[in-house]
Write a protein that binds this ligand. Structure first.
Ligand SMILES: [Zn+2]
Length: 119
């Protein structure tokens, strides 16, 4: 029990710099969202809309995402488009980051194994 705690504390200390780096890198990627932003053209609901009567539809921005396995879509007000676009870009960066984390963690934990032959 005592030895287990010692090994645990040692592993925690080895992880501290990696964890701090990770928190800094991910913290800088706020705001973040998973999904895709798209501009679409849709007819409106107004009666006798001159734009729709001409066949010109109205631009709208949509965020598509998956929630509990279901594809969903949400309107994005024009004023929020730059922020949501940035969030989606950051979300992709975080995803890439997570793919890299697996191999990095294995390398880091291998070091822990070398310094703690008992683990
Ligand atoms: Zn219209």
């Amino acid at each position: 029990m005592y030895v287990d705690n010692m090994i645990y504390i040692h592993a925690m200390n080895d992880e501290a710099p990696a964890k701090e780096k990770w928190q800094k890198e991910l913290g800088a990627l706020w705001p973040a969202a998973k999904g895709s932003l798209a501009k679409v053209y849709k007819p409106c609901i107004r009666k006798n809309c001159p734009a729709c009567a001409r066949g010109d539809k109205h631009p709208a921005w949509l965020l598509s995402f998956t929630s509990q396995g279901r594809r969903k879509v949400m309107y994005v007000p024009l004023a929020l488009v730059p922020r949501i676009r940035r969030a989606v870009q950051n979300g992709r960066k975080i995803e890439k980051h997570l793919y890299r984390t697996g191999p990095d963690l294995i390398k880091l934990y291998r070091q822990t194994l070398k310094t703690n032959p008992n683990t």
